[in-house]
Design a protein. Structure first.
Length: 200
């Protein structure tokens, strides 16, 4: 009986400590919808450890991978599609909650680095693919959503600078080269949960 009581008190103490913890970690899955003509949506996964600096303000680090096909537009108005590739990002984030009740709507923003993978570009005639090199760009993010219990739902827009590249047509004829541009920004629709952070 004494052991059961000790175990019960220990479990209660642990739960009380967790309930008062300012730390939490978000896990999310969702869809990624890229901008630009010829693009194709994909999936994303994110992990975001956070610290509550105030009851209604969390600061964190979002680590995300989004797999999409970027759409490229040429200077002559034509368009093509790159292979499905991942965009990884590392953003410092902040979320402001409008209430501390069970249902907590929020708005947030972030800034940091986006790593764009190299991609093969189809110029549209089915005869040649040109490599667009990988790059790292500074960008930002704005979002809104709500938490209910430990469930989280959100919509995020990731703002990333455009990519430009030159596609080589005939190697012996420089006039056959043409420039292409891709819009790298994408919309993220997320559903997930968090652990820690106390009772919500």
């Amino acid at each position: 009986m004494k052991r059961i009581l000790i175990v019960g008190i220990s479990l209660l103490s642990i739960s009380m400590v967790k309930a008062q913890s300012p730390f939490k970690v978000d896990f999310a899955l969702g869809g990624a919808i890229p901008s630009g003509s010829g693009s194709k949506g994909g999936v994303l996964f994110a992990v975001e450890p956070k610290y509550a600096v105030m009851p209604k303000l969390d600061l964190g680090l979002r680590i995300e991978g989004a797999v999409t096909a970027r759409g490229f537009t040429s200077t002559d108005g034509g368009s093509g599609q790159a292979d499905l590739k991942a965009v990884s990002s590392y953003l410092a984030t902040g979320d402001y909650y409008f209430t501390n009740e069970y249902f907590r709507p929020f708005v947030g923003a972030g800034a940091g680095l986006f790593r764009l993978a190299a991609a093969s570009f189809d110029n549209g005639d089915g005869t040649s693919d040109e490599l667009v090199s990988s790059s790292t760009k500074f960008g930002g993010m704005v979002r809104a959503g709500f938490e209910m219990g430990h469930f989280r739902l959100g919509v995020e827009y990731n703002l990333i600078g455009n990519t430009t590249a030159t596609v080589v047509g005939d190697p012996t004829d420089p006039s056959s080269n043409f420039a292409v541009k891709a819009k790298n920004s994408y919309l993220g629709l997320k559903v997930g949960f968090f652990i820690g952070g106390g009772r919500k």
